[in-house]
Design a protein around this ligand. Sequence first.
Ligand SMILES: Nc1ncnc2c1ncn2[C@@H]1O[C@H](COP(=O)(O)OP(=O)(O)OP(=O)(O)O)[C@@H](O)[C@H]1O
Ligand SMILES: [Mg+2]
Length: 273
Amino acid sequence: MTSSIGTGRDAAPASPASRGPAAAATGAAAIEIGELRFAYPDGTEALRGLGLRIEPGEKVALLGPNGAGKSTLMLHLVGILRGRGDIRVLGLPLTDSTVKAVRAQVGLLFSNPDDQLFSPTVLEDVAYGPLYMGLPPDEVLARARRALADVGMEAYEARAPHHLSLGQKRRVAIATVLSMGAPILALDEPSASLDPAARRELIQLLARLDRTMLISTHDLALARDLLPRTVIMDEGRVVADGPSATLLEDGPLLARHGLEALEPRSPQARASH
Ligand SMILES: Nc1ncnc2c1ncn2[C@@H]1O[C@H](COP(=O)(O)OP(=O)(O)OP(=O)(O)O)[C@@H](O)[C@H]1O
Ligand SMILES: [Mg+2]
């Protein structure tokens, strides 16, 4: 197990009581970030004064070119990386003393599934979160199997995660996040390396889930079809934020940030959507 995984998967809450302070902060944003700055030890400034507010229930696309800082931001949401600036999750300021409670609220999908999977079998990996939350064994198993079924990997529960294909690993990693049941999902490139059918099923699954979502992706069609709001990052800052329907059609804006507008949908495709 790598250290980042250790911290990431500690995410599981100690007890339902740990949800108390956050849940009590009614009217709070799901995620609120102010002037966040972070440099890696080699001096690379990955976040340069980033601000972002996401309301409970919002589904938000996080777009931007390679190196924009998307994954760095995601790792800050659960305190794996700690920069300067303010991060609040459901009203709870992220500090050393609240990091566990915050991790109970945010299910993070790492961009690399190898960072998420470390158990001898797929089922153990997906059961890890609910087990750590102290749920009864029946509930742990039910949650793990349901999450595996949600990503179409129920036939693989006894397999070793490190022997799966990349797309299969991604699906299992998504299941490890789903099984936790956190109200906020921070998913770093969830559709990368999925085959078209698995990608479509993932979009349908995420569309059904009533949770707050921040999804980093290069899949602009996923953003258009699933996520009403788009945030574009570049060079460690938010450079655009608005309705996906508007931003994803703004060719010049997208081109300035290494992105390409989608082809307009055919009338038939629009009708069947
Ligand atoms: N461990 C690291 N050490 C030093 N610099 C890093 C490290 N990880 C990322 N960076 C740098 O930080 C910046 C932001 O990287 P990050 O991975 O957050 O980008 P990203 O938007 O997720 O890109 P991508 O679309 O390729 O996933 C880049 O300049 C990158 O080279
Ligand atoms: Mg990334």
